[in-house]
Ligand binder design. Sequence first.
Ligand code: GLU
Length: 550
Amino acid sequence: MDYKHLAELLLPHIHTTPEEIEARYPKRELPEGAKVTRMGPSPTGFMHLGNLYGALVDERLAHQSGGVFYLRIEDTDKKREVEGGVQTIIEAFSSFCLPFDEGATLEGDNGAYGPYRQSQRAEIYQTFVKSLIERGMAYPCFCTEEELAAAHAEQEKNKENFGYYGKYAVWRDRPMEDIEAELKKGTPYVVRFRSEGSIENKIRHEDLVKGKMEVTENDQDVVILKSDGIPTYHFAHVVDDHLMGTTVVVRGEEWLATLPVHLQLFRAMGWKAPKYAHTAQLMKLDPETGGKRKLSKRKDPELALTFYEQQGYPVPAVLEYLMTLLNSNFEEWRRANPDLPMNDFPFSTKKMSGSGALFDIEKLHDVSKNVISRMSADTVYDYIAAWSEQNDKPFHDLLTRDPAFSKAYLAIGRGGKKPRKDLALWSDAKGYMDFMFDELFQPDYTMPERVSAEDAKAILADFAGVFCETDTPDEFFEKMKQIADKHGYASDTKAYKANPEQYKGAVGDVSMVVRVAVAGRQNAPDLQTVMGILGRDKVLERLDRCAKAL
Ligand code: GLU
């Protein structure tokens, strides 16, 4: 068979050589040990938590080693592509603050190893396919869908392996006349790789996540170029990751099944395969059955990345939570280093679990509370302002009306060893601070059980007489004690506990009356600080309003 002639017949428009293409992609000049990683999402319009989970691994591996993290759009499957899909991808990663060093951007390409959209790389793939055909390592296959389905049915009947191999590889050794006849008729065809592998053979593979394993060699003549001249994932992956200098491929474990194909293609091309990190599936406990299952697009809104933004999950909290799933020793590190940035943690693929990671939204809330509690009031304010601007404009307007006022409130209980942990989501902010704004103030004047309405009124009146907005919390409490004594409540809680029958209640009941009047509820952060922020007039107005309502 004249393979050169065949290659020319199939791809006459390709005049570039593999050497010319290789010359466009010089070896990257990076420090020893630097890793080059990439995200290769498809523009399906849906970005899920698994994408972010993998991207965090990529980003950490690259940036921890002084390497490169880049974005490649894998848009070879036109059927799955949706309009705006690329924008969705780029915006999702940028909103989660995962900075790409190079790759596809909204404005085009950034970097010297592009194009970074596979749909723009047809000439490159076809050049390598042509060279494989010239060397007798690939061939055209004119099988129709029906013929392939018939082969599948026969394999099923005979209990044989499915696929295009052995006697089922009907175009593998067809004479040139047959090929030329089909081409003349204009029959669509794909190009298949001629596999020399056998399922009797095993290949050793050392995965960065799954560890050492043996996989069965590939004996299928897989499609490398589809009938539209666009490559399959298998071929595009091998060509791109070679040319773009990827050193570690992080991808979902669903790709393990076709790893033998990829290793075989790398070998056939004479290229060094990258290292692979096949990440485990994200699982959850099904609330109905209690069993573990994969996160599902249909059942679990938390699978979509947009969910986190809409609900107001802080980006750093989502990333920290994913890191707890990725590296079993992260939580211990975080406890020992509460104030260090997450990126100081020495991330390692060795600490990744090969089996499914269990996603637990309650745990995410806990992580988030911790993360927010360590932020400054200014940072928290900025985040809440940005979130509410998109999701709750009326609240945003109140919050930002007087930034100093809002920040003073958000500063309560921050810093120190035991910061308050009131917020898990930015959407919790409104409920946490609504009483600070008259427009949102909807008081519930339920008083402590031990305090009669009459006593409450008297306490409020007394307090209005002595209130001073510049008091310290201790000074405020002293005043509470005096009012307590005056009305038959124990100023010393221990004394009350020892002889409860001698008192109507204790000083805590008295200060609760003031809290209920000022905050309109029994739960609020440090009252004296709150009153200092609200200011004298507002506090007196609220004391009065409550007394009238009793
Ligand atoms: N386009 C593939 C996907 O979306 C990427 C897999 C890979 O990273 O190699 O699953």
